[in-house]
Design a protein around this ligand. Sequence first.
Ligand code: ZN
Length: 304
Amino acid sequence: MIWRITGGFLNNIMCSMRKEGNDEVKIGYNEATAMKRSDLKTDLALTEKYGYDYIEIRLDMLENYLTSNSINDLKFFFSNSRLKPYALNAIEEINFCDRAGFLKVEEKTKWACSMAEKINNPFLIVVPSFRKNAVQNSSKSDIEADSAAVLNRLADISEEYNVKIAFEPVGFKACAVRDIETAWDIVQKVDRDSVGLVIDAFNLFLYNGLKDIDIIREIDPAKIFVFHIDDCEGGVPFENLQLEHRVWPGDGIIPLVPLLSILKEKGFGRIASIELFRPEYWKLPPDVAIRTALEKTKKILKTI
Ligand code: ZN
């Protein structure tokens, strides 16, 4: 499958990561997919073995790795592998923080960006807050203003390390920013080269079953920094959906083909990273989970 690259993309930072003359979409692996039975060392070995292009490292798994390895070990691994780091996951609970809470967010961002810079990892994912009273009691404009202020502050930090912030809306009712339209408004309000979006098929589906899919057509493709590919188990009442209902791409009810088609039309030819949180898959040997994730992702991408 070949996705065309638009002119705008040719100026984009990621073009340097694309091989000359090869604009096939690359496949990334997000460590959440096998996280309960795996670790970063195992994920690096298996994603390299099966031929993934990128890995999205989880910050908790990086912290665990660093208890018995150094960041230079990780840098050395990537300098000797075709596998490359893509986006660190994730800075969370960013909205309506008190002073102490926001200091923690800033400290974690500084640490994550300093690690990212050492291994040439271009993006850091930032997720809106869940279940805070302030979120439930705030107007849409207050939430947008707060999110924009936080993203600006985090971008002040990340730019010092040459890292870009990718903001990920999550459709759960408890989340401060649930839909792609609001997230795109916030990113436009911030208006910095270093701040863009994550499009996650499941997270968007949670909001309204992807009925707002056409909004993606209005987004500047250069501002879609990360794409998470996943699917949603069928037969579960919409209001009962949880992260555990994510299934292999193509095995669920998300209209992935129209979503992928829109991204393709827009010239988003970068990377699809598989990201699942399914306990059933966490029981699989990581070798099986990581191989299956690649096969399922390749299969759905071939249909476009
Ligand atoms: Zn995601």
